[in-house]
Design a protein around this ligand. Structure first.
Ligand code: DOR
Ligand code: ZN
Length: 359
């Protein structure tokens, strides 16, 4: 990393996004170039309709993503570096053979656990982790990481307590049963989750989103409901936000970048029953830079964004670099999306302190 003397410019190794939703079909024309502008590798979440359950489906999905990249007008350099990595959607019916095929393919990087009903397109998810024991055993053998949406779904559990409950009741026993399994606690939102991850072996890590570093539930709920802050797991109280900032900027390799950028058309968010998800792919690096700089830790951004993810996944560090400058940028009010709709990004219309320097 090379910061300028007064920390107004920083050049870091090109980051990867270890958790992103690109969707499929015409949506890719918007989401793929936004992600490819900043990131080399992407962990592409499989909660499509229908979900990506087999290696064959994962290969087809990757081809559509690459086609959208080719059709976009991003630079040839960025096109060459772009490398989407695929994920299988775990169900009650996933078989150990599916894991063996996934490993052989070289295209599938991980398997995602969505507890059934926990979030967008999770209806086909796992109803009881006991149904997946043989599959998880095979994942441990094959060294395929389990990516976890860590929330219980019982209606009697308060939405703000669902992450902790999942860690205590589901993940903790699972890790004890499979100590060599690589696990990523995706988009952690609480101090409980941060402490949980720190207490585990190096096989357990976590991604953190920009919205959970920059905001808390007051931003979403005070002075009127702001649907563009609504995501799952939901924003928590400020004490949790503070702990997430502490661990993200601590230099611990257990915490790395995963935007959870989740495109939903503006009309689907600004709705009586609004969808969960914050769209950040296009502005994620300025958002993270602002969060790190706000606590005087811009020097810790490179580890979080570009080093710790590849280390966890056992992949090489990227060779290219990207420069961020402390020059205010205005976040667009919206982007064009398919079917004449728009997407509203996180912090639409507002100013960020950092921007990506044109190469
Ligand atoms: O807010 C979210 N949106 N959380 C998720 O877990 C899924 C995502 C989506 O796919 O829209
Ligand atoms: Zn997600």
């Amino acid at each position: 990393m090379s910061p300028s003397p007064n920390n107004t410019e920083i050049t870091i190794i090109q980051p990867d996004d270890w958790h992103i939703h690109l969707r499929d079909g015409d949506a890719l024309q918007t989401t793929v170039p936004h992600a490819a502008d900043s990131f080399n590798r992407l962990i592409c979440m499989p909660n499509l309709v229908p979900p990506v359950k087999t290696t064959e489906q994962a290969i087809g999905y990757r081809e559509r993503i690459m086609q959208a990249l080719q059709n976009s007008n991003i630079s040839d350099d960025r096109k060459q570096s772009f490398d989407p990595r695929m994920v299988l959607y775990l169900t009650d019916n996933t078989k150990p053979e599916d894991i063996i095929n996934a490993k052989k393919s070289g295209v599938v990087q991980a398997v995602k656990l969505y507890p059934a009903g926990a979030t967008t397109n999770s209806a086909d998810g796992v109803t009881d982790i006991k149904n997946c024991v043989q599959v998880i055993d095979e994942m441990q053998k094959q060294g395929i990481p389990l990516l976890v949406h860590g929330e219980v779904t019982h209606s009697h559990v308060d939405i703000f307590d669902r992450e902790k409950k999942f860690l205590d009741e589901v993940l903790s026993p699972l890790i004890q049963q499979f100590p060599e399994l690589k696990v990523v606690c995706e988009h952690i939102t609480t101090a409980d989750a941060a402490e949980f991850v720190l207490a585990q072996s190096n096989n357990v890590a976590a991604t953190i989103t920009p919205q959970h570093l920059l905001f808390n539930r007051n931003h979403m709920l005070v002075g009127g409901i702001k649907p563009h802050f609504y995501c799952l797991p939901i924003l928590k109280r400020q004490t949790h936000q503070k702990t997430l900032i502490e661990v993200a900027t601590s230099g611990s390799p257990k915490f790395f970048l995963g935007t959870d950028s989740a495109p939903h058309a503006t009309h689907a968010k600004e709705n009586a029953c609004g969808c969960a998800g914050c769209y950040s792919a296009s502005i994620a690096l300025p958002l993270y830079a602002s969060a790190f700089d706000a606590v005087g830790k811009i020097d810790k951004l490179e580890g979080f964004a570009s080093l710790f993810g590849p280390k966890f996944y056992g992949l090489p560090v990227n060779e290219s670099h990207i420069t961020l400058v402390k020059t205010p940028m205005q976040v667009p009010n919206s982007y064009d999306y398919f079917d004449n709709s728009t997407i509203t990004p996180l912090m639409a219309g507002e100013h960020l302190d950092w921007t990506i320097k044109a190469s």
